[in-house]
Design a protein around this ligand. Sequence first.
Ligand code: EPZ
Length: 458
Amino acid sequence: MNSEDNVINTSLQADKLSSSESAPVIEIWGKRPLSGHISVSGAKNSALVVLAGTILCSQDCRIRNIPNLVDIGRMADVLTALGVKVTRNGDTLDVDASSISHSRAPYEIVSKLRASFFVIGPLLARLGVARVPLPGGCAIGARPVALHIRGLQALGAEVHMDHGIVHAYVPGTRGRLKGGKIYLDYPSVGATETLMMAATLAEGETVIENAAQEPEVLDLANFCRAMGARIRGAGTNTITIVGVPSLHSTDYGIIPDRIEAGTFMLAGAITKSPISLSPIIPEHLTPIIAKLAEAGTRVEMEGHSRARIVPGEKLLPIEIETRPHPGFPTDMQAQFMALTTLANGDSVITETVFENRLQHVAEFNRMGANIRLTGNSAVIRGVPQLSGAPVTGTDLRAAAALLVAGLAAEGKTTLHGLHHLDRGYENIEAKLSAVGARLRRVPSSSLVADSANQPVVV
Ligand code: EPZ
């Protein structure tokens, strides 16, 4: 079995497991102090789009610090289906798109990984044609792609839908996109990334206004620049790209995952544990560190890339409204809600980025929290204690937040829905066990009800 098989098996195994009766669960025994250090993996949301970006290059690329996640396996499957050679070696992927042979991404994989839609920009720029299934919605929202398509049309592409497939091509013989001005109605991360990649090989200059400013957008721009692209202003709301005829190979390292790091910071705060974690890039976590401070937990830097949690006496109530970066990240909303369930007073959390990302509220209330929903806002009245219960993660960050809550709850929490969690967290049980958390992954088929109707392993 060669390493390519390895990459592919990860995602196939995940698909098989998630639907079967024996879908695993994580059991967490809470109320234990944590201590020690946690290593932060490479950023999922950067790795996914950088892997899509390798299609732009007609030579091979080496990408380092790639987390071993189900989603990464699926993106590698998409590249392989397009005729790209992908080889994994630990946390490094060698990607050779020199002999890319297909312009159609397979529905079976795209339907499981929304981010695979990111290949549309690079395919169109490199081959002049792309056929990518419409990704469709997910648990947290409808997730439309109109901004991606409108932007590609502004670069001269013809785009139409054909039986659920977005079919894009560049008219004329030269098949090269043309630079242009694009104003995004909303600073969409995905649309900014798609259009920035497409513009790298276009003729002339492209300006993207009201662009997303997330650190992952900047990391993608740095990767493209390392291949010879001419990009200015990434990380601000105006990005300028001057197209070049081709890009060359590079050896690039992905940034650390600010959302994984933030999740571990919340695990430290909610258990009042002085854990440390690295590597992080502190400016990527500014809104997270600021809100933790408001909640009474300080984050101290030890050197450039190592952070230590300094728990406060009390957990204080806070107000949060999710926003595009540099506003408060929606991907940290659920984890902070877990913290506010134990705060001294009322907190308010409003989700403005996705229309359906508050499903974890019911699960927190199952653990004894006191949360009321009004529209896209949750009012959380802090309680003295959470109690362990069987709960289900309805999406990636909801699953992580329920795990964090389980670390602080009385008794045992049984977390279902791990197919969500595994999409974005590498070895999370091992990392938390290493700092003293008591949790384990067991097949749900091995659970039976005990006298308190609590599932026990047989
Ligand atoms: C990226 O998704 C991330 N995913 C998400 O992380 C993250 O929550 C999101 O950015 C916001 O930060 C990846 O990078 C793979 P958007 P993306 O386009 O690009 C609307 C996680 O937990 N919109 O910025 O899909 C859209 O419906 C995931 O790791 C349009 O209306 O996010 C949403 O309401 C979840 N039309 C809002 O913009 C469009 O054409 C933000 O979406 C595109 C988007």
